[in-house]
Design a protein around this ligand. Structure first.
Ligand code: PEP
Length: 249
């Protein structure tokens, strides 16, 4: 039996005081929540939000990290610096990193391994572009991103990996994959994990769906066999929309 895992990616939104206000509301309103929760504020709000969620049932996540521990990497943030702030998990391979900042699978894989090495959990995002879906390549794209993203990850570390299937055409667009379409890709990703790590690992791995998840569609998505939670962008920016998703059903 897999636990549901609902994560909020706040992207490049909110000042520290705005982030603090949202974090306080979530701590209060999710304290009786039954699932696993995470919020990922911007780097500049991590310390503030970390102090608020500490001791609650909400994990502190970062939206990215550098592929190296330290050094001459202007503008980057190290996994060591994230750990120092109490960060417990990091989102890697988000489509905005892949497509705006041109991060490729090898680069993302370096970060995945580094984050795991330092004890963090990882949410590894995969997902196809609209033209790739229309060309019938959605499964192949997700397979490549999963296989290359997990390259060199030991079976013993897989428990700290969550995969987020985020079709790029559904992110921030208001278009959601149908629960059936999403479930089919989730099942395929689970099969890919099974080929890499065996059937037991495939059954255990948490696969979130991301792409215009809202209070109105969360329960239908989560009812699908292979959908184990959500990575939420826009609707994570307000307690009024994130809490009903986090407490779906
Ligand atoms: C995301 O960016 O991870 C995301 C799923 O965004 P949205 O919910 O706004 O589509």
């Amino acid at each position: 039996m897999r636990n549901y895992y609902i994560a909020g990616n706040w992207k490049m939104h909110k000042t520290r005081s705005e982030a603090a206000e949202l974090a306080k509301a979530l701590v209060a309103q999710l304290k009786d929540g039954k699932h696993k929760y995470l919020v990922a504020p911007t780097f500049t709000s991590l310390e503030t939000v970390g102090a608020i969620v500490k001791g609650s049932n909400i994990l502190l996540g970062a939206q990215n990290c550098a592929p190296e521990e330290q050094g001459a990497h202007t503008g980057e943030v190290s996994v060591l610096q994230l750990k120092d702030l109490g960060v417990q998990a990091v989102i890697l391979g988000h489509s905005e990193r892949r497509h705006i900042y041109k991060e490729d699978d090898e680069f993302i894989n370096k970060k995945v391994k580094l984050a795991l090495k330092h004890g963090l959990e990882v949410i590894l995002c995969v997902g196809e572009l609209l033209e790739e879906r229309e060309a019938g390549r959605a499964e192949a794209v997700c397979e490549t991103q999963t296989v290359k993203g997990l390259a060199g990850v030991a079976a013993g570390d897989l428990g700290r990996i969550t995969i987020a299937y985020e079709p790029v055409w559904a992110i921030g667009t208001g278009k959601t994959a149908t629960p059936e379409d999403a479930d089919a890709i989730h099942a395929y990703i689970r099969k890919v994990v099974g080929k890499l790590y065996g059937a037991d690992a495939a059954q255990k791995i948490i696969i979130q769906y991301g792409g215009s998840v809202k209070p109105e569609n969360a329960a239908q998505l989560m009812a699908k066999e292979n959908i184990d939670g959500a990575l939420v962008g826009g609707a994570a920016l307000k307690a009024d929309t994130f809490v009903p998703i986090a407490k779906f059903g």
